[in-house]
Design a binder for this molecule. Structure first.
Ligand SMILES: [Zn+2]
Length: 248
């Protein structure tokens, strides 16, 4: 087996659902750039506006920050080649919970966008190693997105108000869960690292003294080393937990 399974050509529409404005660039920016370059129709849905990520600026308010980060998120999406405007759900940063309301709101976006593929976060990751606690918003967004895919988006009457809005049930076919500790699919991202770096640099309010150019290629090399252990011959990779839903 030379390469991890590529995304099916039939999977034309891609929806990325992330808690914070820069989560997508960190977890899957090069994959998004690759799929956009392949001509797929890519949509970003950001659950919060990142209103508390002040990165040490003690003068800015959360309202001001929300505006700054929405502009940055749009610029980051453009850097990755995403043409559609970013969809914001405007939930409050650092207070996210996997409520029925959030599940419904993400399902509404799924029924509107009708994606073949959804990239989302991993609700099972609580920590990593001895030096990292996963942000609870990441877990909440992942939990709510998986529940929004199945059953809410795919079951007509799961939330009757969605049907009343004229939104038909929609079946997502493939799910790529980013930043997972159970990765079983690797995307070869050679040629797309510079775009990922540009996407991360677009989040100017978050960078402080850090230059993404110093780290991103090494992360992709480290991920590719794991992919090779699983029999996938690649030099630069991003990793995902993969789920393929059977058509009813
Ligand atoms: Zn985040």
């Amino acid at each position: 087996m030379a390469e991890s399974e590529p995304l099916a050509q039939a999977s034309r529409r891609v929806l990325i659902v992330m808690a914070h404005p820069d989560d997508g660039e960190f977890g899957c920016g090069a994959t998004v750039a690759k799929w956009a370059a392949e001509g797929r129709d890519v949509f970003y849905c950001l659950v919060t506006d990142g209103q508390v990520g002040d990165a040490g600026d003690e003068t800015i308010t959360s309202e001001e920050l929300a505006g700054v980060r929405q502009v940055e998120a749009q610029a980051a999406a453009r850097a990755l080649g995403v043409r559609n405007d970013v969809i914001f759900l405007h939930y409050m940063d650092s207070r996210l919970e996997p409520t029925l309301e959030l599940r419904r709101d993400i399902a509404r976006v799924i029924r509107q966008v009708k994606p073949d593929v959804v990239i989302c976060q991993d609700p099972t990751v609580r920590w990593s190693g001895q030096g990292y606690i996963n942000h609870p918003d990441h877990r909440a967004a992942g939990e709510a997105t998986l529940a929004a895919i199945m059953p809410v988006a795919s079951t007509r009457l799961a939330f009757p108000e969605l049907a009343a809005e004229g939104l038909k049930a929609h079946n997502v076919r493939e799910i790529y869960i980013s930043s997972s500790q159970n990765a079983d699919r690797w995307v070869d991202v050679e040629g797309f690292i510079e775009q990922k770096i540009a996407g991360l640099r677009a989040h100017k309010s978050q960078l402080r003294d850090w230059d993404p150019g110093s780290s991103v290629e090494q992360w992709a090399k480290d991920t590719a080393a794991v992919a090779r252990k699983h029999g996938h011959d690649m030099k630069l990779a991003e990793a995902f937990k993969y789920i393929r839903l059977e058509d009813d």
